[in-house]
Design a protein around this ligand. Structure first.
Ligand code: HEC
Ligand code: HEC
Length: 278
């Protein structure tokens, strides 16, 4: 009876683990003009048409010919910042459209790609584009806080430590679901390259988490600075980490089993004592 119950518990735990793994592996949606059209209806159609004339915002027919792709990407990502920073095109448009500022809708990069595909802007090579990050300086300490979750992400993404380890962390280290990131900066072209990668986050396992909770530009450079700080160090040994985890898990199970066993044996005795007293 005890054994059957334990087997059932183990089975359920196993299934739960499997389920999580599948959820994390779920494939990302592609970015297509079709998706862009749906996003446009949802986020933009209140102020814009494509070929139907001006509303409170300009008609966007042919906008891809008027503006270059970088400007459009930047504009869709943070129109408020561009206006605040005095981008000449943004200011001119603002004046032209009755000083109605276009709101920042916190679109993810994949949403922006889809919207631009719909608006007819040709795809540019993404990865080598630290455009927003280039001017920002990364702070490794701030990056560490973001990595560990001591500081929450502005858009609410999961702390990286849940799935990643790096030598820059030290013991007890981070999660094992994702690859060790000790060499991440070297692999992705240094701090600047890694910043670009963190801006896009195209890793399938991470897309479902960060797609709608993109890392802010400052967060990208801070994380890149933190991850670059371990360049050249040896990655923490996963073998040892795995072994420790398994030992811990089995240790916990043993304590549980022994406890269950003792409890089981005490019950009848307690019952006997009770009935003896009666
Ligand atoms: C609340 C109204 C509003 C919403 C919603 C809105 N916009 Fe705008 N948009 C504007 C206004 C107004 C301008 C002109 C610049 C300004 O005044 O800030 C503009 C400018 C633009 C431009 C530049 C046009 C040009 O001629 O260069 C693009 C591109 C654009 N918007 C795309 C979008 C997309 C894509 C969305 C949806 C994700 C969107 N906008 C949502 C109001 C809006
Ligand atoms: C839910 C788990 C999870 C979280 C949270 C997560 N990652 Fe990942 N990450 C992965 C997995 C799994 C991979 C391996 C590629 C894949 O399967 O998508 C990966 C790949 C990477 C890579 C490429 C590594 C390589 O060796 O090529 C980098 C860099 C990275 N993640 C950085 C981060 C950062 C920075 C954060 C925090 C903002 C983060 N990840 C959060 C699971 C996660």
């Amino acid at each position: 009876m005890l054994i059957r119950w334990l087997t059932a518990t183990l089975l359920v735990t196993g299934l739960l683990l499997l389920g999580t793994a599948y959820w994390v592996q779920a494939a990302p949606p592609g970015q297509s003009a079709e998706e862009g059209e749906a996003l446009f209806q949802q986020y933009c159609a209140g102020c814009h048409t494509v070929g139907g004339g001006d509303l409170s915002g300009p008609d966007l027919l042919g906008v891809a010919d008027r503006r270059d792709r970088d400007w459009l990407e930047h504009w869709l990502a943070e129109p408020d910042t561009m206006i605040a920073e005095g981008d000449p095109i943004a200011l001119q448009l603002l004046a032209q459209y009755n000083n109605v500022p276009m709101p920042n809708q916190h679109l993810s990069l994949s949403e922006i790609d889809a919207l631009l595909a719909y608006l007819g802007a040709p795809e540019s090579a993404h990865p080598a584009e630290p455009a927003q990050g280039a001017a920002l300086a990364g702070n490794a300490e701030a990056g560490k806080d973001l990595f560990t979750g001591a500081q929450a992400f502005a858009n609410g993404g999961t702390a990286c430590i849940a799935c990643h380890d790096t030598a820059a962390l030290g013991a007890p280290g981070g999660g094992l679901l994702g690859p060790d990131l000790t060499q991440a900066a070297q692999r992705y072209g240094g701090e600047a390259g890694l910043t670009g990668v963190l801006g896009t986050i195209a890793f399938p396992s991470m897309v479902p988490i960060y797609q709608n909770r993109p890392l802010a530009p400052q967060e990208q450079v801070d994380l890149a600075a933190f991850l670059a700080s371990s360049a050249g160090e040896a990655a923490p040994s996963r073998g040892v980490r795995h072994a420790t985890l398994y030992l811990l898990a089995f240790g916990a199970m043993d304590v549980f089993l022994v406890g269950l066993f003792i409890w089981h044996r005490r019950l009848p005795r307690a019952g006997r004592r009770l009935s003896a007293r009666r």
